[in-house]
Design a protein around this ligand. Structure first.
Ligand code: GLY
Length: 307
C-alpha cells in the first residue's frame, strides 16, 4: 500500500521574512516523516517525528518559537491520535516542555487518560523523566510580544491583524492502512493565562479514524472549537466528499458561522489528501509515493520528484 504524509506549519499571514524558512521547514520535516513510513514505521511514529521536528524549529509557533501569553510565558497544547484504535493522548497549558507531542503520546501510552493539563501534565512529565526546557522563547517573539501587549484587543483581532504563525501538525497513512494525526501549538499571542485553544481538543485540533481519515487543524482556536473542525471535515468525508472538498466546505462553514479563519490537512485511508486554508498563507508539504508537493499561498502547489 502506498504511504502518504502531509504536514503544516500553521495558517496565518506569514510575513515574507519568514516565508522561505517556513517552506524549507515543512519540506524537511515531511521528508523525515516520509522516511519513517518508507522504513515500515507506523503512521503514529511518522506524525510524532514530523511534529516534534516542527516543535524544534524556532520558525514555528510550537515548542521552541512558541508565542507568549499575557504574562509573557509559554503555555503549550498538543494532541496525538491513532486511527487504528482511536487511542488519544493530549496535554494542555504545559510549561518548559520542548516536545509536547511526545508528552501527549506518553499520556496515551502510559496513563489511562486522554488529556492532562497544566500542573498535572508537568508533574507527569517530571515523573517519567521528561527533560525540562527553559529556552523556548525566541528573541523575535519577545520583541513581538512587547510590541503587541500595548494594544488592549482580543486574540481574535490579534489573530486577524498580526503577522505570524499558528500551530504545527501532521497526518499520515502507513503501509498497513492505518492513519494518525498530531497537532502542537503555543496558541495565540496574548492569550489569557490558562486559555486552551482547539489544538489539544479531540475532534477540534485533530482527529484520526481508520474508517474515515485523519485531520490536523490550525487557525483561530475559539472558532475551530465551536465547529469541531476536524470532526466536521471527517463527517463530510463520511458523506462521500473528497478530502479537499470536505476541508473547503468545513472551513467555509466556519467562516460563515463564526467568522473564523484557519486551515487543515487531511488524509483518507485510501491516500486521498488535501492541504486547504482560508487565511492569507499556510506553509504545508506532502509526500505520496515519490512525489513531494508543497505550497504557501492559496491555490499554489509545487511538485518535486523524490530521488
Ligand atoms: N489554533 C491554535 C490556537 O488557537 O490555540
Amino acid at each position: 500500500m502506498k504511504t502518504a504524509i502531509v504536514v503544516h506549519g500553521g495558517a496565518w499571514a506569514i510575513p515574507d521574512a519568514l516565508a522561505e524558512a517556513s517552506v524549507a521547514g515543512v519540506k524537511a520535516v515531511v521528508r523525515a516523516g516520509d522516511a519513517v513510513l518508507k522504513n515500515g514505521g507506523s503512521a503514529l511514529d511518522a506524525v510524532e517525528k514530523a511534529v516534534s521536528s516542527l516543535e524544534d524549529d524556532p520558525v514555528f509557533d510550537a515548542g521552541h518559537g512558541a508565542v507568549l501569553n499575557t504574562d509573557g510565558e509559554v503555555e503549550l497544547d498538543s494532541i496525538i491520535m491513532d486511527g487504528k484504535t482511536l487511542a488519544t493522548g493530549a496535554v494542555s497549558s504545559v510549561r518548559n516542555i520542548a516536545n509536547p507531542v511526545r508528552l501527549a503520546r506518553a499520556v496515551m501510552e502510559k496513563t489511562e487518560h486522554v488529556m492532562l493539563t497544566d500542573r498535572g501534565a508537568n508533574m507527569f512529565a517530571e515523573r517519567i523523566g521528561f527533560p525540562a526546557a527553559h529556552d523556548l522563547v525566541t528573541e523575535l517573539e519577545r520583541k513581538e510580544w512587547e510590541h503587541y501587549k500595548k494594544y488592549v484587543v482580543g486574540v481574535k483581532e490579534l489573530f486577524n491583524s498580526q503577522w505570524g504563525h499558528d500551530t504545527v501538525g501532521a497526518v499520515a497513512l502507513d503501509s498497513f492502512g492505518n492513519v494518525a494525526c498530531a497537532t502542537s501549538t503555543g496558541g495565540i499571542r496574548n492569550k489569557m493565562v490558562g486559555r486552551v485553544g482547539d489544538s489539544p481538543i479531540i475532534g477540534s485540533g485533530g482527529y484520526a479514524d481508520n474508517r474515515s481519515g485523519a485531520v490536523s487543524c490550525t487557525g483561530h482556536g475559539e472558532s475551530i472549537l465551536k465547529v469541531t473542525l476536524a470532526r466536521l471535515i471527517l463527517f463530510h468525508m463520511e458523506q462521500g466528499k473528497s478530502a479537499a472538498v470536505a476541508a473547503d466546505t468545513s472551513l467555509q462553514y466556519m467562516g460563515e458561522r463564526v467568522q473564523g479563519g484557519g486551515g487543515a490537512i487531511v488524509v483518507s485511508p485510501t491516500g486521498d489528501w488535501a492541504a486547504r486554508f482560508t487565511t492569507p498563507r499556510m506553509a504545508w508539504a506532502s509526500v505520496k509515493g515519490d512525489v513531494l508537493c508543497y505550497g504557501l499561498n492559496p491555490d499554489e502547489e509545487f511538485k518535486e520528484m523524490l530521488k
